[in-house]
Design a protein around this ligand. Structure first.
Ligand SMILES: [Zn+2]
Length: 458
């Protein structure tokens, strides 16, 4: 049994693990999550995790996932807590960056490298904190499972879905924590809010296609493939999806009402009333973030049509990208689009992540979020108060998507919780010169250590 780690020692360990992860390439093109998963497995084994509780597994040798189980009190009736965090990163080209994206660089108070924000910082933090808990001899009141996974950003081997499909028993849990979202939003380092992501929209692409016999452009016909698609898109632009609210977005707007002042605060309040005020909805819809939090959105993102300047188009095609409000399926939204376009000559078909076109979308829905768990909220409130006194905890709906969509669809309530503080205008995920403040990383290490203890101490 080794000695407990001091706070300073845990920061040093965290930095080492962080550096190691950044310097292992885990991109889909040439990287390997297996190498990173094995490296983290090795760290846990050296810290005293039994070999039987640490496994690396996946569909092929480049897309490995780590699953580790931190044993809780023997005979505990409580179901485990699952932590999911992806190991893969978005591609990064050396010539686009100031530093080498796959080299861990500390400069001017920041750590630079691909994955410093999304999300190797959090991978390193949770591994570090499990090691620190282990070395302190801590016994949680239930098992804590860590899954470090492949292909969140892209690729065909999403680790969370693969584990759910093939080894559900290994990761089955009461609820999941996913540090890929949530966290402290700061302005010049000053904390504004602690966000907790408690629900997500569902992603879908649809192909809107018109075909036509075409012909010579000197003899136009009344119907034209381009006009059909353009008419449909004009209807889409003019017809927003209906306003909706769920327990999480209600909490969000209620909190925003108390954080804002004046007309904006009044509008937030007015949309939480029954019935909600249509004028307030209209005003808030002008802001893309609020708009996306109030409804399903579908927007034209790509278009391709025609084959020659002097020929009538035989084909016109648009891609419509939808972010679906929890509780609706892709197929439901596809049928909504068909009805809205009201044009039997158009086909509206679902486009899968692999580009494959199918007549129907999936009937799977993003789960309507259950009310926030009081035990999770209580622990989050108390650690936030300790580390960032006076900072309000605000539940949010992720308008993008993360791996929580898979655990939530599998019936495991999932929360995006992170102790990393990033300035609101310094989001560099997927971009060039990705970085995280050095202080934010160390504070993040302290956060998850305290948070996990509070969650698992009766
Ligand atoms: Zn991510």
């Amino acid at each position: 049994m080794s000695a407990p780690l001091s706070e300073t020692e845990s920061h040093g360990l965290g930095r080492d693990i962080f550096k190691q992860l950044i310097e292992i390439n885990t991109t889909d093109s040439i990287g390997s999550t297996t190498v990173a998963a094995n490296a983290m497995a090795q760290r846990l084994l050296e810290a005293g995790f039994p070999a039987a509780d640490v496994t690396v597994l996946g569909p092929n040798d480049r897309k490995g996932n780590l699953v580790a189980r931190y044993r809780g009190k023997r005979g505990s009736k409580l179901r485990p807590i699952l932590i999911i965090a992806h190991l893969d990163v978005v591609e990064a080209r050396r010539e686009d960056w100031t530093t080498n994206p796959f080299e861990f660089v500390e400069k001017d108070g920041y750590f630079y490298g691909r994955g410093t924000q999304d999300m190797k910082s959090s991978d390193a933090i949770v591994v570090t904190d499990l090691i620190r808990l282990k070395k302190a001899g801590y016994v949680p009141d239930r098992d804590i499972i860590l899954a470090l996974t492949a292909d969140e950003e892209g690729g065909k081997s999403n680790g969370v879905q693969w584990l759910l499909d093939n080894h559900r028993d290994l990761i089955d849990a009461d609820y999941a924590l996913n540090p890929d979202s949530g966290g402290v939003v700061t302005d010049h380092g000053r904390p504004l809010t602690m966000e907790i992501e408690a629900t997500e929209k569902l992603y879908a692409d649809f192909q809107v296609l018109a075909t036509n016999p075409g012909g010579h452009s000197s003899l136009p016909r009344p119907d034209n493939a381009i006009y059909h698609v353009v008419d449909a898109l004009a209807r889409l632009q003019a017809t927003p999806f209906p306003f909706e609210m769920n327990p999480v977005t209600r909490d969000y707007f209620t909190q925003m009402a108390s954080l804002e002042t004046g007309a904006q605060a009044a509008d937030f309040r007015a949309i939480t009333m029954t019935p909600p005020d249509p004028a307030a909805i209209l005003r808030l819809s002008q802001d893309p973030r609020y708009n996306s939090t109030m409804r399903t959105t579908c927007v034209a993102t790509m278009m391709e049509a025609g084959h020659a300047p002097n020929a009538l188009p035989q084909r016109a095609e648009a891609n419509v990208n939808c972010r679906i409000f929890p509780g609706h399926s892709q197929e439901e939204i596809r049928l909504d689009l068909v009805k809205l376009f009201d044009d039997p000559t158009l086909s509206v078909r679902y486009k899968g992540d692999d580009g494959e076109i199918s007549d129907h979308g999936s009937d799977r829905k993003a789960m309507v979020p259950p009310p926030l768990r009081p035990d999770v909220m209580k622990a989050l409130h108390s650690v936030t108060e300790e580390l960032w006194p006076g900072t309000p905890v605000v539940p949010i709906m992720e308008t993008g998507a993360s791996d929580s969509i898979h655990t939530m669809a599998a019936g495991i309530p999932s929360y995006g919780i992170s102790g990393i503080a990033i300035d609101h205008d310094d989001n560099r995920m997927h971009g060039r010169d990705e970085r995280i403040p050095v202080e934010s990383f160390y504070r993040g290490v302290d956060f998850y250590y305290d948070f996990l203890r509070r969650l698992t101490t009766p």
